[in-house]
Ligand binder design. Structure first.
Ligand code: PMP
Length: 403
């Protein structure tokens, strides 16, 4: 199989053909600045933005005036937390222990020292237990933020239940749904979300554009000063090509999403079973059922995740080890070798965190590709095991004890 088998959708999905076409058409059109709505070129640009906003809102059942375009999920997470908290003097914030760094780093920033931070633990399957939230939420809590689905371990949280508890206590609830939107059906109203982060690139749109859903009852301050774009929430001229592609990707996913995502679930299950039946010394991470469609993640006791990735890459297969977003240390080209906080949260011993692998499939992936990975993976793992001194010791012990 010469072509690339791309199983790293949660880092970025490949550009959907519909998004590619929409961006190309836009680039060939002569449009002005959407803020210049006094002339036809500005009005034409504004029409592109409106159309995209409608498609993006439609995918998650939001009102069109509840979608704010940003530069991506990192900015959306910053707008949600900083924008919401800027007018509050004190209180408690509750976040799960498996948030993305764009939430965690804000919480650890001294700028939020005026708030008490509480952490919501997850169980060994990576799931928040709603009763635990009930135990720690108080009259002082101003904001709860829980990631909808972990890109690393695939676990999908009981968001509706968490939202119900927040609502009961009058607490604003934000969820980072970057890995989930477009792959599991999301109805922000039905789920009871106040704010939700998502991005274009993880669902087949271009990079560098994202969105924040903000329920019309919630008030926020913008992160930046300088203009009235995005209904005053996000000044600066919009990234029009990005927004156009984002809208087209959302529109392409919307029809038959439930069917498409159940096919993806089946492919993921097939891959899971193929790995389970053919490879020893592994443990899967995340919940077996409550997980992203097409997402399979595990760790191996004797094999480095990065070595596995490189060998897979030589065979044309692209996957991830740990979190794609944190594989480089801040401000350097060096790889971050610290154990992932997500893996340690679900009980993976620190010394084994480097053995983690994540496959995240997309709608266009085929059963043949899954079969190919199931075929080549055992041989790669055996080759790497043979190079591991720890594995050699383990095998000697096993022989000695006759097992
Ligand atoms: N949140 C989650 C859950 C993510 O997986 C990512 C990275 N894909 C981000 C936030 C940050 O996204 P971006 O780099 O597009 O800002």
């Amino acid at each position: 199989m010469a072509k690339m088998v791309y199983f790293d959708r949660v880092a970025t999905a490949l550009l959907a053909p519909e998004a590619k076409k929409a961006v190309a058409n836009f680039m060939n059109d002569s449009v002005g600045n959407p803020s210049a709505h006094i002339h036809s070129a500005g009005i034409a640009a504004g029409t592109y933005v409106d159309k995209s906003r409608t498609s993006v809102a439609g995918l998650i059942n939001a009102g069109v005036n509840e979608i704010f375009f940003t530069s991506g999920a990192t900015e959306s997470n910053n707008l949600a937390l900083k924008g919401f908290l800027s007018e509050k003097n004190s209180g408690e914030i509750i976040i799960s222990e498996i948030e993305h760094y764009s939430i965690l780093d804000q919480i650890n920033n001294p700028a939020l020292d005026r708030f008490d931070i509480k952490t919501l633990k997850v169980d060994r399957n990576g799931l928040v237990i709603p009763e635990k939230l009930e135990e720690i939420i108080t009259d002082e809590t101003v904001l709860v933020s829980v990631i909808m689905a972990s890109p690393e371990i695939g676990a999908v949280q009981p968001i509706k239940e968490i939202a119900r508890i927040c609502r009961k206590h009058g607490v604003t609830f934000h969820s980072d749904a970057t890995s989930a939107v477009g792959y599991i059906p999301i109805d922000v109203k039905g789920l009871g979300l106040d704010m939700m982060t998502f991005s274009s690139q993880t669902l087949g749109g271009p990079m560098g554009v994202g969105a924040l859903y903000v329920n019309s009852t919630i008030s926020l301050n913008p992160l930046f000063d300088g203009g009235n774009q995005e209904m005053g929430f996000r000044p600066g001229t919009e990234n029009l090509p990005g927004i156009v592609g984002f809208g087209a990707a959302c529109q392409a996913i919307s029809p038959m999403m439930a069917d498409k995502s159940s096919r993806l679930t089946e492919l993921g299950r097939k891959l899971w079973r193929g790995i389970e039946e053919n490879i020893e010394h592994i443990e899967f991470t995340g919940h077996r059922e409550s997980r992203l469609p097409g997402h399979v993640s595990f760790w191996h006791r004797f094999v480095e995740g990065e070595s596995l990735l490189l060998h897979l890459n030589m065979k044309g297969v692209i996957a991830a080890s740990g979190s794609a977003c944190s594989s480089n240390l801040k401000g350097s080209d060096e790889h971050d070798l610290r154990a992932s906080h997500v893996l340690t949260a679900v009980g993976v011993p620190e010394e084994y965190c480097s053995g983690s692998i994540t496959f995240s499939l997309d709608y266009y992936n085929s059963e043949d590709e899954v079969n190919y990975v199931i075929d080549i993976l055992p041989e790669i793992v055996h080759r790497l095991e043979a190079m591991s001194p720890v594995y050699e010791d383990y095998m000697k012990q096993r022989e000695k004890h006759g097992r």
